[in-house]
Write a protein that binds this ligand. Structure first.
Ligand code: UFG
Length: 397
């Protein structure tokens, strides 16, 4: 084995990455980037929060993954599998040697999590425990966790926020699952130093692959700002509610750190390279954000300018549980992962709009809406199966 320059650590050749929640928004973009970086990808999803299509009356395929295959010209090994089904998870995991796991699968709607906390704790936490056990049983201890800046709670004036900022104080169930899993991973690492773990704390991922072929499902009941805005722009929704115009910010609206989904995806490849280079990295957290705070109205106006649309706005009171402002100090990721977010707010709006206009109902459109390659793959499909209401399973982030 080669040695890493300046260290006694051996270079590790990694080939196969296991991705949970691969059919979801972040998972599918990340898989695309992994394939382009030369990795083989094995992925599982259970379609709680991603569209699956029933083939031959029994097996399921994911249109998002099929489209990734179409864009890259590479195959993805896909299994319809719930992380709560540990037996099946063990079987699919053991089919090949896995070098590292990237764990996206989780339920992630803040509002919903307050209504069905059991489901969030069961799916997110038990799913993660099953996954970690299966990894350990297969002697795989390399792990990238899809975390969130929500673990910092309300940062107050401590902005931009660094990884040193204390975590906890999270006010919603979804965020607490991320926080609890981070804490659990720290304990697991402390007990067994074979684990090598990167926690990636995402800020607000938006946008889509520039092809417009893959993107975020715009029809979910608990929509984030950009998908909702785009639905208003195409006329599916009458107006965009602005939650709060009296915050102490530049224009009175909330501030967030919006990051292009492709930048975020590239952050995962950078994290893998770090783990590969440093077999005794231990456990490290990195912020994945741009470092720039943008208000709701700034995002809305940029979106209108880039897309040539005008949105009807409905100015309302603050949304319960919202924080005023959150943006990253991303310098640690730049220093240690060699990664920075490169794409602008304009590109985030342009790419999301391309996806939205080409796919007004996301992957749920009738089969005639689907791209030709995906359509031909679906020729045997009986139905577009929307399992979103079925909360028995775990989704792609
Ligand atoms: N907003 C509106 N109108 C909308 C939707 C959102 O004004 O219809 C505002 C919110 O009040 C907030 C901003 O737009 O100021 C962004 O809201 P999002 O719902 O898009 O995102 P959040 O920042 O609330 O939450 C996101 C993810 C969470 C994650 C969190 C971390 O959805 O999963 O970032 O900060 F935990």
């Amino acid at each position: 084995m080669d040695r890493v320059e300046g260290t006694s650590e051996p270079h590790r050749e990694w080939k196969t990455i296991f991705v949970t929640g691969g059919a979801g928004y972040i998972g599918s973009h990340c898989i695309l980037t992994l394939l382009e970086a030369g990795y083989t990808v094995v992925t599982v999803d259970n379609f709680t929060n991603a569209v699956g299509i029933v083939k031959d009356g029994h097996s399921c395929v994911a249109p998002s993954i099929q489209r990734v295959e179409q864009i890259t010209g590479k195959k993805v090994i896909f299994h319809h599998c719930d992380l709560l089904d540990k037996k099946k998870l063990s079987e699919v995991f053991a089919e090949q040697k896995i070098d590292c796991v990237i764990h996206f699968a989780a339920m992630k709607a803040v509002g919903e999590s307050m209504q069905v906390p059991f489901l969030y704790y069961k799916n997110n936490i038990m799913g993660t425990i099953n996954l970690l056990e299966v990894m350990a049983e297969n002697n795989c201890h390399e792990f990238v966790f899809s975390s969130s800046c929500t673990v910092y709670g309300d940062p107050g004036d401590a902005l931009p926020i660094t990884e040193e900022h204390p975590t906890g104080g999270v006010t919603n169930v979804y965020g607490r699952t991320k926080f609890f899993i981070e804490e659990m991973l720290k304990d697991i690492y402390n007990a067994d130093k074979r684990w090598n773990i990167v926690l990636l704390r995402y800020f607000n991922p938006v946008g889509a692959h520039p092809s417009g072929i893959i993107g975020e499902d715009p029809t979910k009941p608990f929509a984030n700002l950009m998908p909702y805005m785009a639905q208003v722009a195409i006329g599916t929704k009458p107006s965009l509610t602005i939650f709060g115009t009296d915050y102490e910010t530049e224009d009175g609206t909330g501030v967030r750190d919006y990051i292009h989904i492709m930048d975020l995806a590239e952050g995962h490849v950078a994290a893998l390279s770090k783990l590969k280079r440093e077999p005794s990295l231990g456990l490290k957290a990195y912020n994945l954000g741009t470092g720039k705070g943008v208000t709701v109205l700034q995002l809305v106006h940029t979106f209108e300018r880039v897309t040539g649309t005008t949105l009807t706005l409905d100015l309302k009171d603050r949304r319960e549980g919202d924080i005023v402002a959150m943006y990253a100090d991303p310098s640690l990721a730049e220093k240690e992962l060699g990664w920075t977010a490169k794409r602008s707010i304009e590109e985030m709006c342009r790419d999301f709009w391309k996806w939205q206009t080409q796919n007004p109902t996301g992957y749920r459109g009738d089969v005639s809406h689907m791209i030709p390659a995906a359509k031909s793959n679906l020729s045997e499909s009986a139905t577009v199966s929307l399992t979103n209401g079925n909360h028995s399973a775990v989704n792609g982030h």
